[in-house]
Ligand binder design. Structure first.
Ligand code: ATP
Length: 510
């Protein structure tokens, strides 16, 4: 299966099994906006809960807040978003499609990197154990040619971005002979900056109205509450404030499903530290956050660190954790050392002193900040994509199964009476009523048991409980495990205990 086919399957499966729907689909949808469906919302809530617990409950010095989406407009002046939260965009005059100029260039560079990797793989096969990768890359004429080209283009690209040189960015697209994937032509407009913030009016009369913005990141809600939380929570540096919430960006989007949305959700944690200690904490959080991803059971090779070539206006170090999405390695989480930029700037714009008195140093300072910022939707996409498996079974049939970590699965267990008579259905409802306080359960009595197992596999339900005629006599049921499809006979009274153990966050967080 190609990556493109896989991508299409994930989208189709998400719709067919009630995970994700296109927003306003009956009106032909709204571009890059999605709704979470009955199973999707459960998975999403479980992801958020897992992150929240790992951040807030697992650390004595991290607390959470939930700040409003609307904020005083000066917030965005102070944060730099009004002046600098831009993407360089370019239009193709023939297809009338709009692209991010930096993304076109990044994709071009990735293509050259892929060519180099192909040559390396071919040679590695040819030479076997004697193959020396470094030596090959530095001496093979074709690879050297690719690499020289790549490095010189990259250098020019980074320089153009750093200097905000839109003319040269356009020239690079021309020089690299990049064509529009839709029209196939090189008929490009100039590159222009495009601010990503959505604005609206607040105020009942138009004369009174003032422009406010839908927040493009949740972080600023934490910064403007820094003093309140520090004082009321009697927090001592180093400490963190976490938040989960919606953010909005007017993204120029190619079809990327949950990866790039206009309305999405972030899970952010701002960690306040002593000036000068930020890079130590940056390293600490980099490692902690990668471990969190690995705790989901996804292997290390699916992740990469990507160090930023161009730092944002507020950062003195930045790294992305990238995940291998169906369209290649892309950012799933950013870890940024934001210096004292945000707090100092809010101090300046608000005229209020934002300082911390450090009793150990006996001095006051504006704390430095290390941020971890992860997208809920990209995490959802990564978990769903990795969980999706098509399996050929021993009897020749096939099944699609979502091997979602049990503690995140939308439905934890399905209760399936073999037939819906002879009292089996009543007993099924009783088991449901007993267990519903502890788990999200589903009761299903339609179709053959085989079909019902397949339906539960397709939404990732880790446990199925089958009630049959023996249950009436000896109070035992069959428990079937999703991943191995193994079945066991157990006493009804043990269901809760067996399942609780396998669903416990503790096992994963430890
Ligand atoms: P990109 O370079 O992909 O646009 P970014 O660097 O602008 O991302 P950040 O501002 O660092 O992203 O945001 C932190 C996290 O929020 C990202 O790692 C990502 O998981 C998530 N995120 C950002 N923009 C979007 C979006 N448009 N749709 C879904 N998730 C997003």
């Amino acid at each position: 299966m190609t990556q493109e086919e896989f991508f299409k399957k994930i989208i189709a499966h998400s719709k067919e099994y009630g995970f994700v729907f296109q927003s306003s689909e009956i009106y032909d949808g709204l571009s890059a906006v999605y709704d979470y469906a009955q199973n999707g919302v459960e998975l999403k809530n479980n992801i958020k809960q897992y992150w929240w617990k790992s951040m807030v409950y697992m650390h004595e010095n991290i607390v959470g807040i939930d700040s409003a989406i609307f904020m005083h407009p000066t917030t965005w002046k102070a944060s730099g978003h009004i002046d600098a939260f831009n993407d360089p965009m370019i239009d193709n005059k023939d297809s009338k499609k709009r692209y991010r100029a930096d993304v076109l260039m990044e994709e071009f560079l990735t293509k050259i990197e892929d060519k180099i990797e192909k040559e390396v793989e071919k040679a590695a096969k040819r030479f076997g154990e004697t193959f020396n990768r470094e030596m090959f890359i530095s001496t093979n004429p074709r690879v050297v040619e690719y690499k020289t080209k790549h490095d010189s283009i990259k250098e020019r690209f980074v320089k153009a971005l750093t200097n905000n040189d839109l003319t040269d960015l356009k020239q690079l697209i021309v020089d690299c002979e990049i064509v529009c994937p839709i029209s196939g032509t090189r008929n490009w407009t100039e590159v222009r900056q495009f601010n990503l913030m959505f604005s609206t009016q607040m105020g009942s009369l138009s004369e009174e109205a003032s422009t406010i913005y839908l927040r493009p990141e949740t972080a600023q809600g934490i910064f403007v509450n820094y003093l309140n939380v520090q004082k009321t929570g009697r927090m001592k540096i180093p400490f963190g404030i976490a938040q989960i919430g919606k953010a909005f960006r007017n993204e120029i989007v190619a079809r990327q499903f949950l990866f790039r949305m206009k309305e999405f959700e972030q899970m952010e944690m701002q960690f306040f530290v002593r000036p000068g200690e930020e890079l130590k904490w940056f390293e600490y959080w980099k490692e902690q956050r990668l471990n969190w991803h690995l705790s989901l059971g996804i292997p290390r090779e699916k992740y990469k660190f990507h160090v930023h070539d161009k730092l944002a206006h507020y950062a003195n170090a930045a790294v992305d954790i990238e995940f291998e999405f169906p369209f290649g390695f892309k950012e799933i989480e950013g870890i940024h050392s934001r210096t004292d930029f945000d707090l100092s700037s809010h101090q300046k714009f608000s005229g209020k002193k934002i300082q911390y008195f450090d009793p150990e140093l006996n001095e006051s300072y504006v704390p430095y900040v290390v941020e971890t910022s992860i997208g809920v939707d990209r995490t959802f996409f990564s978990i769903l994509g990795y969980a999706y498996n098509e399996e050929k079974l021993e009897d020749g049939t096939e099944r699609v199964v979502l091997k979602i970590p049990p503690m995140l699965a939308p439905v934890k267990l399905a209760i399936l009476p073999l037939i819906n008579k002879d009292g089996l259905d009543e007993l099924g409802h009783k088991v449901f009523s007993d267990l519903k306080y502890d788990f999200n359960c589903q009761y299903d009595e339609k179709d053959s048991i085989g079909k019902r197992y397949r339906r539960q596999d397709a939404i990732g339900t880790p446990f199925c409980i089958t009630i049959d005629h023996d249950t009436l006599n000896d109070n035992t049921v069959t428990i079937r495990y999703r991943d191995t499809m193994k079945q066991e006979r157990i006493d009804i009274s043990r269901i809760n205990e067996i399942i609780s153990d396998k669903l416990s966050f503790k096992t994963f967080l430890k």
